[in-house]
Design a binder for this molecule. Structure first.
Ligand SMILES: *[C@@H]1O[C@H](CO)[C@@H](O)[C@H](O)[C@H]1NC(C)=O
Ligand SMILES: *[C@@H]1O[C@H](CO)[C@@H](O)[C@H](O)[C@H]1NC(C)=O
Ligand SMILES: *[C@@H]1O[C@H](CO)[C@@H](O)[C@H](O)[C@H]1NC(C)=O
Ligand SMILES: *[C@@H]1O[C@H](CO)[C@@H](O)[C@H](O)[C@H]1NC(C)=O
Ligand SMILES: [Ca+2]
Length: 347
C-alpha cells in the first residue's frame, strides 16, 4: 500500500488492469450463462412413448403427432418403448423413427415372457416392416430391455421433466416401478419416477366404468401402476375416442403417398378400424394439455381381476385436486378436437 501511494502511476496501471480483468471475467461469465440459458430455453419436456403398435393404426398416428410436436420444439423424444411382444414391433418402430428422420431415438422392448403378444398377422405393422427400411433392427431381440433403457434415460434426465405417454399395456411401467438401484441410479424404480417424471398420460380404461383392451389384457400390470405410480396420471378412456373421426385428412393428402402413417391408415380402413381415435387423444393432451376440450375428473381406479375398471370419483366442488389421478371428460364437440389433431397427423 505504502509503495503504491508513492508510485501513483503504477497504482493506476494496476488498478486499470484489475478492472480490465474483472470486466473480461464478467463478460465471459455472462456469455457462459447466456449460452447455457439458450440450451435450456425453451425448457421443453422430454417424452417417452410406450406403445403396443397393435392392430389399430392409432399408435402410428399418435407417434406422428409427437413427431410434429417435436418439430415445433414443444417436446424432445427421448425413447420409444414396446410393451407388446408382437414379433416385428421393434423393426416397425425402427421404420417409423427412420421415416421421421429421428433414427437416433433409442428403442427398447419388454423382455417379459408374459407380455402380451398382439399376434402374428398384424396387417399394417407387417406391411410397414416389409415395405419400409428399418436400418437398425431386424428382430425384437436385438433391442435393449425397455426397463434398463428407462432407468438409464431417466437417471440422466432433468428432474421433473419427463412425460410418459402410455399408449398400450402397462407392462414396462409396472416392471420399472419394481426395479432396485443399479449402475444408473441409487434410486429404486418408484423413487426414480418420482424424481424425474412430471406426469403420465395413458390411453387406458373406460369411464366411469367398463372394459378396455390395454387394461383388460394386462390387468396385473395396470393394477400395479395405479397402486404405486408416484406422480400424476391422466387417463384418456375408450369412450373419448370411439366416436372421434380423426385422420380423414391423411387419406386425402397425396403429398403423403409414401408415408407409413398414411399407409397404415389405408390398410386399417379396409378393416373398418379407423372409425375411432384413441391413442391420438393421449398424444394431444400429453403436450398441449387437456384444455379447452376436456376437464379432469379426479378419483381413484379399481381394477377387477378380469380387467373391468371402475372409477371412484372424488372431485371436490372447489376445483381442488384430491388425488393424483384423473380421467378426461369431453367438454366440446368432436370437430373442435379433430381440427387440432388432424394437421398434426399429416406426416
Ligand atoms: C426448433 O429449434 C431449432 C433449433 O433451435 C430451430 O432451428 C428451429 O427453427 C425451431 N423450430 C421451430 C418450429 O421453432
Ligand atoms: C426426412 O429428411 C429428408 C431429407 O432431408 C426429407 O426430404 C424428408 O421430408 C424428411 N422426412 C420427414 C418425414 O420429415
Ligand atoms: C397368418 O396368415 C397366414 C397366411 O394368410 C396364415 O397361413 C396363418 O395361419 C396366419 N396366422 C395366424 C396366427 O393367424
Ligand atoms: C366394414 O364395414 C362395411 C360397412 O359397414 C361392411 O360392409 C364391411 O364388411 C366391413 N369390413 C370388415 C372387414 O369388417
Ligand atoms: Ca396402442
Amino acid at each position: 500500500m505504502f509503495e503504491q501511494r508513492k508510485q501513483p502511476k503504477y497504482f493506476l496501471i494496476l488498478f486499470l488492469s484489475i478492472w480490465l480483468i474483472l470486466l473480461l471475467l464478467m463478460s465471459l461469465q455472462s456469455n457462459a450463462s447466456s449460452s447455457s440459458d439458450q440450451q435450456q430455453i425453451p425448457n421443453i419436456p422430454d417424452i417417452i412413448i410406450d406403445t403396443d403398435c397393435g392392430q389399430y393404426p392409432d399408435d402410428v398416428t399418435a407417434i406422428a403427432m409427437i413427431n410434429s410436436f417435436a418439430d415445433q420444439n414443444k417436446t424432445r423424444i427421448l425413447a420409444m418403448m414396446a410393451n407388446d411382444r408382437y414379433e416385428g414391433i421393434v423393426p416397425v418402430l425402427d421404420a417409423i423413427t427412420n421415416y421421421f428422420n429421428r433414427s437416433r431415438i433409442p428403442i427398447g422392448i419388454t423382455k417379459d415372457p408374459n407380455a402380451f403378444d398382439s399376434g402374428k398377422n398384424l396387417t399394417w405393422p407387417d406391411y410397414v416392416r416389409e415395405n419400409y427400411p428399418h436400418p437398425r433392427f431386424e428382430r425384437n431381440d436385438q433391442a435393449e430391455n425397455a426397463i434398463t433403457l428407462y432407468r438409464r434415460l431417466l437417471a440422466a434426465s432433468q428432474d421433473n421433466n419427463v412425460i410418459i405417454l402410455s399408449i398400450g399395456f402397462f407392462t414396462n411401467l409396472a416392471e420399472l416401478l419394481d426395479t432396485e438401484s443399479d449402475e444408473y441410479s441409487p434410486l429404486n424404480g418408484r423413487e426414480l419416477i418420482r424424481k424425474k417424471v412430471q406426469k403420465m398420460i395413458a390411453m387406458a380404461g373406460k369411464y366411469p366404468e367398463g372394459k378396455e383392451w390395454n387394461i383388460e389384457k394386462q390387468p396385473k400390470a395396470a393394477r400395479k401402476v395405479i397402486e404405486k405410480w408416484p406422480t400424476k396420471i391422466i387417463f384418456a378412456g375408450a369412450e373419448t375416442g370411439e366416436h372421434l373421426l380423426c385422420g380423414q385428412n391423411i387419406i386425402q393428402n397425396s403429398r403423403l403417398k409414401n408415408s407409413p402413417v398414411r399407409k397404415a391408415w389405408l390398410i386399417s380402413m379396409e378393416q373398418n378400424l379407423t372409425e375411432a381415435c384413441f391413442d391420438e387423444i393421449a398424444a394431444l393432451i400429453a403436450i398441449n394439455g387437456y384444455e379447452p376440450f376436456y376437464r379432469l375428473i379426479y378419483g381413484r381406479m379399481e381394477i377387477q381381476p378380469d380387467g373391468y375398471n371402475i372409477w371412484h370419483e372424488s372431485n371436490d366442488d372447489n376445483g381442488n385436486k384430491p388425488t393424483r389421478m384423473a380421467y378426461i371428460k369431453q367438454l366440446t364437440n368432436d370437430q373442435d378436437i379433430i381440427n387440432v389433431i388432424d394437421p398434426l397427423l399429416e406426416r
